[in-house]
Design a protein around this ligand. Structure first.
Ligand SMILES: Nc1ncnc2c1ncn2[C@@H]1O[C@H](COP(=O)(O)OP(=O)(O)OP(=O)(O)O)[C@@H](O)[C@H]1O
Ligand SMILES: [Mg+2]
Length: 336
């Protein structure tokens, strides 16, 4: 697949001493959604500023559809849209008027302006509020208006710096649903920075983690999660004759027998039992879970509950960036 962005050994040193980017290599596929994750100060905004031609790299090369972002900046600006983290619309005028100003800035011809504006409003689901003052919009509507402004020229690459920061889950969903349908219609490549791991997980085709100016991991969200370890399935064994007043004094002989049987299964990496809860490490929980349940049932074991815990993107972030971004959201419960 053709690439939309190609970055080779990109370096940015501020004031001769701050190594904001330290030899970044990155490829973003055309028509994909790409998420850049990294702790504060890791170089995300610096990279986005170079790619959007706002600042020069110190060394290295970055191309947007074969245009050098440093040397062919005029050409690059014609094919990209950019929504900064800070507010980029005027609140005392209407949404339509904001788009009109941007259409003039972007040089959309007067003949095409009206259609381009209504297309952008429709793409972001804002037709009904277009003629209302922006100061009456919700945070989510303002963000959609800012994105609509960036979509006026139907960019080949859309850069979004923290597109949904501070929005509630339904407003975030609305932003992404509109973005996804726009991307589907026009084949736009979307490159975004985010602090929301679940958002990167749900909406991106590929993820890169940047730390101290270096790309430390790239892949799809599933690949990154799988790269940590498989899945832990916890089975709470129902009271199988234990002293219910002292369930944790020692694993039952029966439990130990079962443990041996479970460990012998070729798709099981490990199994432990504690307080009547058996944790089984497997690569693929969907396949393993029913087979383990069969073994337990054949041994006359009944179960109180089953819980599956998969590594999250937050765990991946913890490993490669050395910290957590958001609270862990792992843990899927299955009722019995
Ligand atoms: N204009 C500048 N002059 C000097 N140093 C800068 C400048 N802009 C950024 N830096 C430094 O470069 C490094 C990377 O900053 P950058 O803003 O790219 O990080 P970031 O990943 O976007 O962080 P955040 O998550 O906080 O937005 C930091 O050490 C920062 O202090
Ligand atoms: Mg930043």
């Amino acid at each position: 697949m053709a690439s939309a962005i190609d970055i080779r050994q990109l370096t940015k040193v501020y004031d001769g001493k701050v190594n904001a980017l330290d030899g970044v290599d990155l490829t973003v596929k055309a028509a994909s959604i790409f998420a850049l994750l990294g702790p504060n100060g890791s170089g995300k905004t610096t990279l986005m500023r170079i790619l959007t031609t706002q600042i020069h790299p110190t060394m290295g090369l970055a191309r947007a559809f074969r245009y050098d972002v440093d040397k062919d900046d005029d050409k690059v600006r014609k094919i990209i849209g950019y929504v900064p983290q800070e507010m980029s619309v005027w609140t005392d005028i209407t949404g339509f008027e904001n788009l009109l100003i941007y259409a003039k800035i972007y040089g959309v011809s007067s003949l095409q302006r009206k259609k381009a504006i209504w297309d952008a409003l429709q793409n972001m689901g804002l037709e009904d509020v277009a003629n209302g003052p922006v100061k009456k919009y919700s945070g989510g509507m303002i963000r959609r208006l800012e994105i609509a402004c960036a979509l006026l020229i139907k960019p080949k690459i859309l850069f979004l710096d923290e597109p949904t920061l501070g929005l509630d889950p339904s407003a975030r969903k609305a932003v992404w649903e509109n973005l996804r349908s726009f991307k589907k219609e026009y084949g736009t490549t979307v490159f975004f920075n985010t602090h929301y791991m679940d958002e990167a997980d749900l909406y991106s085709d590929e993820v890169a983690i940047i730390n101290q100016g270096k790309i430390v991991k790239t892949g799809t969200a599933s690949e990154l999660k799988r790269s940590l370890h498989g899945e832990i399935i916890s089975f709470c064994l129902a009271n199988n004759g234990t002293d219910s007043m002292h369930p944790s004094t020692a694993p039952l002989r029966q439990d130990l027998n079962i443990l041996t049987k479970i460990r012998a299964l070729n798709f099981v990496n490990d199994a432990t039992v504690h307080d009547s809860v058996m944790d089984v490490a497997v690569e693929n929980g969907e396949i393993a879970m029913p087979l383990i349940i069969d073994v337990l049932r054949s041994e006359g074991i009944s179960l109180q509950w089953i819980r599956s815990t998969r590594p999250t993107l937050d765990d991946v972030f913890l490993k490669y960036a050395g910290m957590r971004h958001m609270q862990d959201q792992s843990g899927y419960h299955y009722g019995i």
